[in-house]
Design a protein around this ligand. Structure first.
Ligand SMILES: Cc1ncc(COP(=O)(O)O)c(C=O)c1O
Length: 392
């Protein structure tokens, strides 16, 4: 029978893997605190363990005391505050760009960005396995696009050389959320340098900014590359910053244009000023010696995990190249994925269970998200527990 009840039931049945929502009851840097138990948490994006830091909580309280709990409007109406202005200026100065534009989230940024920077003469090349927000933004823009793998970078060169009147956007992530480090960032920078006028190079380093590289400039810095050579540098404030929001940094003209053209920013209530105050406080830590210490600890934890996994004969994805906080244990099929995930859960360890449609059908994986707040024994426990059933 035609009815909304049936429609929703059918649609729900078509979802291949329903995700589990676990309501946490508080915050702990190592555990996901649930009402009944604590799970050793390997699914958090709090890469530097800053969530719950007293300086961030105080910034939130002081910001709310000064500005109230919300921003009360869109940025061009009543929503913009001195705390936002300070955050834009601080992020731009830290990263070495002329200007920076804030958004309510990285997703909201990406979903609105592409509509503003394409027309019938532009072509978007974006990396295979890109984040959902890139795909959604590009589809919303009705842009002409091609996805690429590193082996196909030569096709971009060919297209630019054979169609010199077209403009090209190249979009890639510093660390892919389901695959870890991008190992062809250097090639993309070279391409930008070869065709400076035809290419707009955009790097979204949601998983790198603050967390990776000696100074926290992200995946490019971690790979010995200069992040300032990109045209637009995208980051989130919801991961290493333990705050909330997204930002895009670039040259003054570009950011000025985006400020007045990206609809997902113009027509939405601005982030609360108190949240911007949290991001400012987090940035101060990220820029300080403490920030360097936390990044070193994270790098150590990544190295420890990789070494232990290799010692136990566990197949991790691109063991050499993947130096990001996201590590992947590649599995042969869904039953092995479910079995290992459940085995870890039985031992109070939570990791990501990643299957189709998040990744292709033949490459299910466990996703291990490492943070600086993990102790070496946490990582040892994870790998040893995994190894108990991995080879069965
Ligand atoms: C590459 C990338 N861009 C954007 C986002 C979304 O950022 P936010 O969580 O601030 O919406 C994510 C989130 O995981 C991401 O991985």
């Amino acid at each position: 029978m035609l009815s909304w009840d049936n429609f929703i039931q059918e649609k729900t049945q078509q979802i291949p893997n329903l995700r589990t929502w676990r309501a946490k009851s508080g915050y702990n840097r190592r555990y996901l605190q649930l009402a009944e138990q604590n799970l050793l948490n390997f699914v958090s994006n709090d890469y530097l363990g800053l969530n719950g830091d007293p300086r961030l909580i105080k910034a939130l309280q002081d910001g709310a005391a000064r500005y109230g709990s919300g921003s009360t409007g869109a940025p061009s109406m009543s929503g913009y505050s001195q705390e936002h202005a300070k955050l834009s200026a601080n992020l731009a100065a830290w990263l070495g760009f002329a200007d920076c534009l804030l958004f309510n989230s990285g997703y909201q940024l990406n979903v609105g960005l592409f509509s503003a920077i394409i027309d019938s003469n532009t072509h978007i090349w974006f990396a295979k396995n890109s984040h959902a927000s890139h795909i959604d933004g590009i589809l919303l823009a009705k842009a002409k696009f091609t996805t690429f793998t590193p082996e196909q970078i030569s096709s971009i060169v060919y297209a630019i050389e054979t169609e010199p009147t077209k403009l090209h956007i190249i979009l890639c992530e510093g660390s892919f959320s389901m695959d870890g480090s991008c190992n062809y960032l250097a090639q993309l920078l070279e391409l930008k340098q070869k065709f400076p006028q035809q290419i707009l190079l955009i790097i979204d380093d949601a998983h790198g900014v603050g967390a990776l590289g000696q100074s926290g400039y992200g995946a490019l810095e971690q790979q010995g590359l200069d992040h300032r050579l990109v045209d637009l540098y995208i980051g989130t404030l919801g991961k290493a910053f333990a705050s909330h929001g997204g930002f895009i940094a670039g040259n003054a003209e570009l950011i000025h244009y985006l400020r007045h053209s990206v609809r997902s920013q113009i027509f939405s209530t601005m982030l609360p000023p108190a949240q911007a105050a949290v991001s400012n406080a987090a940035l101060a830590i990220i820029q300080s010696d403490k920030g360097t210490q936390l990044r070193n600890k994270l790098a150590q934890n990544i190295a420890t995990f990789k070494q232990l996994a290799i010692n136990f004969g566990i197949n991790i994805y691109q063991a050499e190249e993947n130096i990001s906080a996201i590590q992947l244990v590649m599995l042969s099929d869904l039953s092995q994925l479910n079995m290992l995930h459940q085995h870890l859960l039985d031992k109070q360890i939570l990791v990501g269970k990643i299957a189709y449609p998040t990744v292709a059908k033949n490459v299910p994986r466990l996703r291990i998200s490492l943070t600086s707040a993990k102790a070496p024994e946490d990582i040892a426990k994870l790998v040893a527990t995994l190894a108990e059933k991995y080879h069965q």
